[in-house]
Design a protein around this ligand. Structure first.
Ligand code: ADP
Ligand code: MG
Length: 345
């Protein structure tokens, strides 16, 4: 059954049932002209982010379940990036009216699992039909006692990240490679996706990459998880979530804080999966870790004397922005990238 057959009203009824959540702070949730929320005793955080088919995702790569999960994750990540806690979410969706209802239900399953993970409640949204690609947008409302801005880094602070970098970009490269080398068959998207995945695994295993290497990289790209900053948010002086790549997002902190940064290649966390897969793709794993986007790890600074449970990758400097390689050589970096060390060997 497709959307035009089931109709918006009955779809909304299903969503309302699926997401029925009682909370003392929600006086009215899904179902009226507006949600009604009790005020809270903290500063509010509000953020929104959209995903458009053909620009941010390709339905030949991703399931709608993964898409729903990712839409929530990338929005929650912006709340975490301020040191906050997410509370509520609104979802706007534009899809073709011939879309199968199953497709939408899978999307909402992904949304639901992510909302349970981040303990966030769906309080409303809107549907529209479109005769073009699918467009998705979410708005998250959260709170914070004291927000952590991009502008608070001080000279001498240490620079930290919360996890491995480059995996998501590597996952995307793997997917793109398959897309370019497998002919498009006239079958359903689901079958196409399954055959691409089979082909990707087969081809990768011929290149010496097992499923245990490929799958985590794909998952990182298709279903990223946002990192909760609670463990260190008390000490962080500046913070940002890494959506566009370490060098771009570190440059944003430097620009806003009017400081520089020195980071060490040896300290950048790179997964063993990335090293193996990047080698097969003939891409430098360090390039992916420094410039690849969509890892959604947090990047933050904190005073050196604090004991921080995260990965220390460098220091804030007065103005110079450099990467130091294993042998101690320094190369300047900008948001656009860095001079390759290997050209100078
Ligand atoms: P209106 O026409 O007054 O804007 P709608 O008929 O679009 O209201 O929506 C009815 C209710 O269902 C509202 O509470 C709205 O927030 C909720 N809703 C609509 N679309 C979505 C969606 N995609 N996700 C969650 N809630 C939704
Ligand atoms: Mg409406």
């Amino acid at each position: 059954m497709n959307l035009s057959q089931i109709g918006e009203l009955s779809l909304l009824e299903q969503i309302r049932k699926k997401f029925e959540k009682k909370s003392r702070n929600i006086l009215v949730g899904i179902g009226d002209d507006s949600a009604v929320l009790k005020p809270i005793n903290n500063n509010l955080l509000v953020t929104t982010d959209m995903m458009v088919e053909g620009i941010h995702f390709n339905l030949g790569f991703t399931t709608t379940y993964q898409l729903g999960f990712k839409l929530v994750s990338i929005n929650v990540s912006d709340i975490y990036g301020m040191g906050g806690t997410p509370l509520y979410i609104l979802l706007n969706i534009a899809v073709n009216k011939n879309t199968d209802v199953k497709f939408i239900n899978n999307f909402f399953d992904g949304v639901k699992d992510a909302l349970d993970l981040y303990k966030t409640i769906l309080i409303g949204g809107d549907f529209s039909s479109t005769d073009r690609g699918m467009a998705l947008s979410a708005t998250v409302i959260g709170y914070v006692k004291k927000h952590i801005p991009r502008s608070g880094a001080n000279v001498g602070d240490r620079i930290y990240v919360t996890g491995n970098l480059g995996d998501s970009a590597c996952g995307l490269e793997l997917l793109k490679k398959v897309n370019n080398s497998i002919p498009l068959l006239q079958t359903s998207r689901k079958k196409q996706r399954a055959s691409r995945l089979r082909y990707l695994r087969l081809k990768s295993s011929k290149d010496g990459l097992s499923r245990n290497t490929v799958d985590p990289l794909l998952r990182r790209h298709l279903m990223p998880k946002a990192r909760d900053p609670k463990k260190f948010s008390l000490y962080a002086t500046s913070m940002i979530d890494i959506s566009d790549g370490l060098l771009i997002d570190l440059s944003r902190i430097c620009n806003e804080s009017k400081v520089g940064a020195r980071i060490y290649t040896e300290k950048i966390p790179i997964s063993p999966e990335l090293i193996k897969a990047a080698c097969c793709l003939a891409i430098s794993p360090m390039d992916l870790a420094l410039s690849g986007g969509e890892d959604y790890e947090l990047l933050f600074t904190a005073p050196a004397r604090k004991n921080i449970k995260a990965i220390h990758i460098g220091e804030i400097t007065k103005s110079e922005r450099v990467i130091v390689d294993a042998s101690g050589r320094e190369k300047p970096f900008t948001a656009e990238g860095y001079q390759h060390f290997r050209n100078h060997k």
